[in-house]
Design a protein around this ligand. Structure first.
Ligand code: SAH
Length: 393
């Protein structure tokens, strides 16, 4: 059964367009928050203490109003309430799949009079021993990978750190995961993957700031080992990703030969496989305990032969790696088909025999179009003209 909740179904949702113009605090790093409090007039001696208090309420307790911050004086709370906001983006739609997968469509604030409020999606995938939240880093994407639905959309813009962090906040709100809300205290979101819309390494600074906040151990406290950043292979940024962000890395490989990968991931023409593999070999922190995940979407007759499997194994030689075989998720008008199941298994067996764990990712949330590469955005729903105008704006 699919449950769809929206305004019509009576959810009490704030209207994104009407969201307050107060300054949002979600998404400020600790230093930025302290600087903000200085500007606000908090005496210098007290800034660190106040910043810590706010951090605790916002990211550990998940409060949505200053009124709840009981260790801050009432007058000060009221002044903060007047100036600052802890609002999350409005949920314009929530869908729950038969298999428990949940998808939220979030309406972001328009950043100018002319911008149509963009929408992004994030998806929660519960499994037996963990729960993975898949978040987006951009609205749309510039990469145009030929098998990916997002690739057919125009990039509207990078997400801000606040918009990236807010995806986790909204998911925790809806999963009742904050201690404040009387939830059972159990962690439902145990892992975060940047595998939604966009190329995270093209939005490096904002992704870095957001992941600092999500992994801060006095807040949401998700270990960086449980955060995976997936890239199509922006080679010059890979080293910085390891050194400055320090999260787990996934590479959308999908082809073991340049001619095939050029077709599937056009970015390969700029950064071919050999350069990509060298960057992987040098990924800071790489070890057998901290492997790189290579994603490989199974496309019938394109990249799924045993010869491809052999080449893949050869390519990864010497790199501590996991291989994720992803059955292709078809979308209307897609120029590919998913490989036959038998072929996927044969491919997987070969890779396994070569010593690589190669789980075949079970499709999840298909009934709500929550699968990889199927996340839609407002940009896609806009008429071509409006989108063009916006991109030029
Ligand atoms: N730009 C980043 C993150 C977004 S894509 C990247 O390329 O890694 C997240 C994952 O979903 C990638 O591995 C992508 O190749 C995969 N994917 C996209 N469309 C898909 C589809 N239709 N079927 C299966 N996997 C898909």
């Amino acid at each position: 059964m699919v449950t769809v909740l929206d305004k019509a179904a009576g959810m009490d949702l704030p209207d994104g367009a009407q969201m307050s113009r107060k300054r949002p605090l979600i998404g400020l790093t600790r230093d930025e928050l302290a600087a903000e409090l200085c500007d606000f007039g908090i005496p210098e001696k007290a800034v660190r203490m106040r910043a810590s208090q706010l951090w605790h309420w916002i990211y550990l307790r998940g409060v949505t109003s200053f009124g709840a911050m009981t260790n801050i004086a009432k007058d000060l709370r009221a002044e903060m309430e007047a100036r600052y906001s802890l609002e999350r983006p409005a949920i314009s739609e929530e869908q729950i799949s038969e298999d428990g997968t949940r998808k939220w469509l979030l309406k972001l604030d328009a950043r100018s009079e002319r911008e149509i409020a963009p929408q992004i999606e994030c998806v929660f995938i519960p499994e037996e021993n963990r729960g993975t939240l898949c978040i987006s880093s951009q609205v749309g994407c510039t990469l145009a990978c030929t098998f990916c639905h997002t690739g057919t959309q125009k990039l509207v813009r990078n997400l801000t750190p606040g918009e990236i962090v807010a995806q986790v906040m909204v998911a925790r709100d809806r999963l009742d995961e904050w201690p404040q809300t009387g939830g059972d205290g159990e962690r439902r979101i145990t892992n975060v993957v940047l595998m939604g819309m966009g190329e995270p390494l093209y939005n490096f600074d904002n992704v870095k700031a957001a992941l600092e906040i999500i992994s801060d151990n006095e807040g949401i406290s998700l270990s960086k080992r449980r955060i995976t950043l997936s890239t199509a292979g922006v080679v010059p940024m890979i080293e910085r990703c390891g050194a400055e962000i320090g999260v787990m890395l996934a590479i959308s490989l999908h082809g073991a030969r340049d001619d095939i990968r050029d077709q599937l991931v056009p970015l390969n023409k700029k950064y071919p496989i050999e350069d990509l593999m060298n960057a992987c070999r040098n990924y800071p922190g790489l070890s057998n305990a901290k492997r790189i995940t290579f994603e490989y979407v199974m496309l019938k007759g394109v990249n799924d032969s045993l010869d491809d499997a052999k080449k893949l194994v050869r390519l990864l030689k010497g790199i501590p790696a996991k291989i994720n075989l992803i059955p292709f998720n078809p979308w209307p008008g897609a120029p590919y088909e998913c490989s036959d199941w038998e072929q996927i298994e044969k491919f997987g067996d070969w890779v396994n025999r070569a010593g690589y764990a190669s789980p075949i990712r079970t499709p999840r949330g298909r009934d709500i179009m929550a699968a990889c590469g199927q996340l839609k955005s407002a940009s896609e729903r806009l008429s071509a003209g409006a989108a063009k105008q916006q991109a030029q704006g």
